[in-house]
Design a protein around this ligand. Sequence first.
Ligand code: THU
Length: 171
Amino acid sequence: MRPQPQAQPKSKTSDELDPQDRALLEEAAEAAETAYAPYSKFSVGAAVRTRSGKTYKGSNLENAAYGVAMCAEVAALTAANTAGDFDVVAIAVLGHPAGEPTRGHDIVTPCGRCRQMIYEASWVSDHDVRVICANGDGSKVNTWKISELLPSGFGPSTLGIDVKRFRKASE
Ligand code: THU
């Protein structure tokens, strides 16, 4: 039997979020406007919040060699790490057809590879990273923990490695 679509939890609107989450989603929306997506014509934005309260943005970056495209979530996580602040507590993600941020569309959740990358970050920060996912205009928002989006994940503990010591936090 093919995979059956899971029933989604009842979504909220971005207005119903707490101010910190709403602000992070707004940063993800700003980031989506920087997407380089001439092939899929689908813009994705992500914004990471670290324990220090700082935020880092990323957008998808496509390529004529389709398979090497980079997702928005990975770009945002990389920005945080490069800033020396890889102590991630939350990530907001949204997407919409390029140039149509107000078109309804479905909630965008991280792809499998991005879930794996967020899962790694959660081991470094020792925090079950919150993943705030929305559609293009913020009329539908659902929030999960990464352990819910990637249950029974393969991670550093599988290899017996303690990655907490790789946590970086800027002053
Ligand atoms: N994309 C992301 O940026 N993040 C995801 O989690 C899913 C997909 C991008 C990749 C590609 O540029 C476009 O969305 C369509 O797949």
